[in-house]
Ligand binder design. Sequence first.
Ligand code: FAD
Length: 449
Amino acid sequence: MTISLNSLPAIAGPVFVPGDEGFAAEIAAWNVATTHEPLVVVGATGPQDVAAAVRWAGTQGLPVFVQATGHGAVRPATGGVLITTSRMRDVSVDPLTRRARAAAGVRWSQVIEAAAPHGLAPLNGSSSQVGVVGYTLGGGAGPLGRRFGFAADHVRSIEIVTADGALRTIDADREADLFWAVRGGKGNFGIVTAIEFDLFEVDGFWGGGIYFPGTHAAELLHAYRTWSAGLPEEMSTSVALLRLPPLPELPEPLRGAFVVHLRVAYLGSDEDGAALLAPMRAVAPALIDDVSRLPYAAVDAVHRDPVDPMPSRERGVLLGELTAATVDRVLDAAGPAVDVPLAMVELRHLGGAFARTPAVPNAVSGRGAQYSLFAIGLGLPDLVPVVDAAIDRVLTVDRLPSGLLNFSGEAAPEALLANWAPADRDRLLRVKHAYDPTNVFCGGQAIVA
Ligand SMILES: Cc1cc2nc3c(=O)[nH]c(=O)nc-3n(C[C@H](O)[C@H](O)[C@H](O)COP(=O)(O)OP(=O)(O)OC[C@H]3O[C@@H](n4cnc5c(N)ncnc54)[C@H](O)[C@@H]3O)c2cc1C
């Protein structure tokens, strides 16, 4: 299908159609396994561009997709209008109210940098390269989460363009149902143009990571199971089985290696942190141990996620508890004895503030889980069936019915809706039908087909 752009209203940012110079760069996603194929891309510079593009798409009967960074590009945007928000980069921090406001294209690194001079920190995730809006709308489970909860739990207001092209400011009092749904229901209800949220008085933490030889995976994972269950909320941890690529930029003991990576972020004294970590340090000799006092701006050192774009295929489940049987299953499916195309299998400790309903309740799924189990493989087309089967094997454990939307990967609407309890599912669908009756926003992790 080709379309005529003659009726497109004035847009301040660039507009591309397939074949234009700049089209490929504009649609490129961080997850290079996904290639978007929209009919037109609008490089929005502000809310007016977003509203104009949504209204125009409505007149043409086209779906609308959105991309900030492409870290969450789990499925292609095909045959409609893709709005890219990477030019919407305004960030402001108010140290008096301890709040930040971020436009749609802002990455966490910008907020961290703007907040740090005031001794404040946001609830970003494992990588500061991820977009603030997409992460937060999907819940947002980060390294300080056991202490403070999900990023979505601390959103104060949201500016959003809905399917009718209206720009609305919503909060706990204004359009409360939509405010509830967007915080957890992600991109299903409109295009968020800006978001205002709380910052926390955190200027540093004790943390980082320990890399152990993969041969010790069984002792380490079983020890992590009992050790993590007894930790205070001030300590957030995860442990990952990593199959690292043979990249020259990796230090020698990690290059091309199978390793176990324990990640720690502790909001307390160095001495208390070291005492809490001691049992894990004693399990096996470390290849690299860089746990120390860090400024909050160094928070990426906890997970050391890949920065360069990569093709990824991912999925996760939530656990009510981490049983010995689950650890054995993870080891059988992805431990040192097997050859699997999985770059990472991660157990992340939840519970704590993650499990508590926030002051202004929201639609974040999976509240109450104690652990997340998540797997990522290379999303190369030839490998997808093999990777999917390997992920299935890892995730075949005693799991909760719900999952975290940000870790749910590509899934059919019915499967994504299963993340919520029936009452929340019904409420999400009611809000969806009220604000987007023709399912204009059917991209990404869509809850309606
Ligand atoms: C390396 C890496 C580390 C991660 N770490 C964590 C983590 O620690 N915790 C966690 O919870 N998640 C984590 N994630 C998952 C991440 O939060 C989601 O993939 C999130 O959707 C990424 O948002 P984005 O805007 O950067 O990506 P994009 O691909 O640009 O957007 C993904 C989706 O977000 C929604 N979205 C984006 N912008 C808007 C908007 N303006 N309005 C409405 N909807 C919008 C849309 O549904 C869109 O399809 C990680 C992902 C990666 C790749």
